[in-house]
Ligand binder design. Structure first.
Ligand code: BTN
Length: 236
């Protein structure tokens, strides 16, 4: 897979989307700094050299069901960086938590391509270093965790060297098998399982995910299946 590293760019997701739109093949693009990083739901995402910032873009069949993809990516990042499975947890659909605070997030974006394909870009941002003591913490509603507290001395390039081959292998499996085989892996790391949560307007108890990666929400009127779309989950 082609790899590029940029000292600075607007967003690595934008770089990977443009590459795919121009007919390019699989690409891993990382940056030391983003000036217009994006999070889910239109939020901004700060990234500098205290974090790992990268996007993996690849063309995939247009009819491939992507609904569980962010969970598969989350499981792969968690299993690679925390193989004993005790400290990194996943908050449906795209957040990575370490010891109860936000370690990073995943933003998946797509672009239509010719010949019944679409370009799929998986953007990942991970905090490597703790915030400086005088940092403004108001932007970190879910707290801030740093990979270096799990892996002392972790650098962006060494972490990317661990993640890139694992993600590439898992994406090939996802393309043929879909989300089903990861349902159990997700449930081992599921931060919200058994807890009262709010998803959009709906309140209920989180009961894991379906074989397509939808959230199973136990509500007063029964189990509701919630797809990720533009929703995020809040622990109540
Ligand atoms: C979130 O938690 O809302 C998702 C954050 C995703 C951030 C990454 S950093 C690399 C890639 N480029 C972006 O502009 N966003 C993603």
């Amino acid at each position: 897979m082609e790899r590029r590293h940029l000292a600075e760019c607007g967003s690595t997701n934008t770089e990977a989307l443009a590459h795919l739109r121009e007919g390019g093949g699989p690409l891993l693009v990382s940056a030391s700094r983003q000036t217009a990083g994006r999070g889910r739901l239109g939020r901004a995402w700060q990234s500098d050299d205290a974090s790992l910032t990268f996007s993996l873009g690849l063309p995939l069949p247009a009819d491939l069901d992507l609904s569980g993809l962010s969970l598969v990516v989350g499981c792969t990042v968690a299993d690679t960086l925390d193989p004993d499975g005790e400290r990194i947890r996943l908050k449906w659909p795209n957040d990575l938590f370490l010891d109860g605070a936000k370690l990073g997030g995943i933003l998946i974006e797509t672009v239509p391509l010719q010949h019944e394909h679409r370009g799929v870009v998986i953007g990942i941002g991970l905090n490597l270093q703790p915030l400086p003591a005088d940092a403004d913490r108001s932007a970190f509603a879910s707290g801030h965790a740093a990979l270096q507290s799990l892996t002392p001395g972790a650098t962006a390039s060494a972490t990317l060297d661990r993640l890139a081959p694992a993600l590439r292998a898992v994406l090939a499996d996802f393309e043929t098998l879909g989300f089903g085989p990861w349902q159990a892996a997700f449930s081992r790391r599921d931060l919200a399982a058994g807890q009262r949560v709010r998803v959009g307007e709906q309140l209920g108890v989180a009961r894991g995910v379906s074989t397509r990666g939808e959230l199973l929400l136990d509500t007063a009127t029964g189990i509701a299946l919630v797809s990720a779309g533009e929703l995020s989950l809040r622990l109540e």
